[in-house]
Design a protein around this ligand. Structure first.
Ligand code: EPZ
Length: 419
């Protein structure tokens, strides 16, 4: 397994281009299964999770052609099996996203249960419950969700909890059901909107995506299309924190400031001067140390849980005491123990981390446990004295395209070594 070695100290400066959104391209690749023809997806980030998704679709017999710009042409007409095997699903939980499209389009799906994950139990009971309400017969046998349906029938679905991929799975399933579906207490994340736009471009009839009530008029079939994936708001936020934590200045291009209000507000509270354009964000700390901020994660448009670990790192070196409350997942503070080894003054009480900023962290060998925790350890390494060695960085490669190249472009001293 590769490692990243970061030598801390230099404030980051410069500009980078933001990649396509991981959490938009994963459901969109699954939604390609709904089409009767080829679809072409552009602005696809070069991530391990995208490779895994393509392997999953390829195993089903779906045709895939990738060009040098990472545009992917998906041809679902050659599909031969409707199975998502455990060996792939255990490496990427988002594989569950093929469940809805397979049942809606082909009437059958055998998808492995994802199993647990470092940040929490993350059950998929609401995905299953929603598909049953749309008329699917579902049994769970030997760790697989086995779903069958002649044709799904539209229904009113009230989600017990806000679930992003649950909303996405059911929106995809309802798109080809007969009649209308209403999804209430739906997730409002921008990636849900991107998926709805993609399905509508294939001839779907979805309204209300981005609000807590989504209306889906089922159609007989969906045709091919070409679609460009939205920019990644979490990658954007991560690089903004990289500049904020190091007292630097950064400009992000090809991004979406309009869907980042909660993160931008917290960065301003930390003392950042932020200017915005339609597709760019500039952050300047003017060489100052950040101020501590209080964060409480919750579903969009509130502060995103996927930015929580990055702000834990920011608070670790900020002036003052900051609190971070995680309300979405039950175990998303593993990065805290690793940061304590770097000298961070953090204590966790229930689902809240209380962080007293220190002037200087010290570099140490640390271990990544999940995607965003590993990013936060890289951020802490950027400002720590000496070298930080982040192990198990396959987590990072799942969600950040060329992270060491982009950080090196900003002046960071970072290199990847095979372990
Ligand atoms: C999506 O995961 C994202 N992944 C996650 O990003 C993100 O952290 C999460 O949404 C929250 O924003 C993708 O979009 C591929 P949820 P998802 O269903 O859909 C509970 C990253 O770092 N729940 O919204 O799996 C669940 O346990 C990843 O990019 C049920 O109980 O999250 C959690 O506590 C990490 N039953 C809460 O809901 C269900 O059937 C929210 O989970 C479904 C969810």
């Amino acid at each position: 397994m590769d490692k990243l070695i970061i030598s801390g100290g230099a404030p980051l400066g410069g500009e980078i281009r933001i990649s396509g959104a991981k959490n938009a391209v994963l459901p969109i690749l699954a939604a390609a299964l709904l089409a009767d023809d080829t679809v072409t997806i552009a602005n696809v980030p070069h991530l391990h999770d995208v490779t895994t998704s393509m392997e999953l679709l390829g195993r089903m017999g779906v045709g895939l052609v990738v060009d040098e710009k990472m545009n992917i042409e998906v041809d679902p007409r050659t599909i031969s099996t409707f199975e998502a095997p455990y060996e792939l699903v255990k490496t990427m939980r988002a594989s569950i996203l093929v469940l809805g499209p397979l049942v809606a389009r082909y009437g059958a799906a055998d998808v492995s249960l994802p199993g647990g994950c470092a940040i929490g139990s993350r059950p998929v009971n609401l995905h299953v419950k929603g598909l049953q309400a749309l008329g699917a017969d579902i049994s769970v046998e030997q760790g697989y969700i086995k779903a069958r349906a002649k044709r799904l029938v539209g229904n009113r679905l009230v989600m017990d909890m806000v679930t992003v991929t649950g909303t996405e799975n059911l929106m995809m399933a309802a798109a080809l059901a007969s009649g209308e579906s209403i999804i209430e207490n739906a997730a409002r994340e921008p990636e849900v909107v991107d998926l709805a736009n993609f399905i509508n471009q294939m001839g779907g009839k979805i309204e209300g995506a981005g609000t807590d009530t989504i209306y889906v008029q089922g159609v007989e079939n969906l045709h091919g299309t070409e679609y460009r994936v939205m920019p990644d708001r979490i990658e954007s936020g991560t690089y903004l924190v990289a500049a904020a934590i190091s007292g630097g200045r950064i400009k992000l291009k090809n991004t979406r400031p309009d869907i980042m209000d909660a993160v931008l507000q917290s960065l301003r509270e930390a003392g950042a001067i932020i200017t915005l354009g339609d597709d760019w964000i500039e952050l300047d700390m003017e060489g100052r140390r950040p101020r501590s901020v209080d964060i409480r994660t919750a579903p969009y448009p509130a502060f995103p849980t996927d930015m929580q670990a990055q702000f834990t790192a920011l608070n670790a070196v900020a002036e003052g005491v900051g609190t971070i409350t995680e309300t979405v997942f039950e175990n998303r503070f593993m990065h805290v123990h690793e940061m304590q080894r770097m000298g961070a003054d953090v204590r966790v009480e229930g689902n809240t981390a209380i962080i007293r900023g220190v002037k200087r962290l010290t570099g140490a060998p640390v271990m990544a446990t999940d995607l965003r925790a590993s990013a936060s350890l890289v951020l802490a390494g950027l400002v720590a004295e000496g070298d930080t060695v982040v192990d198990r960085i396959y987590h990072i490669d799942r969600g950040y395209e060329c992270i060491e190249e982009k950080l090196a472009q900003l002046g960071a001293k970072i290199r990847r070594v095979p372990s």
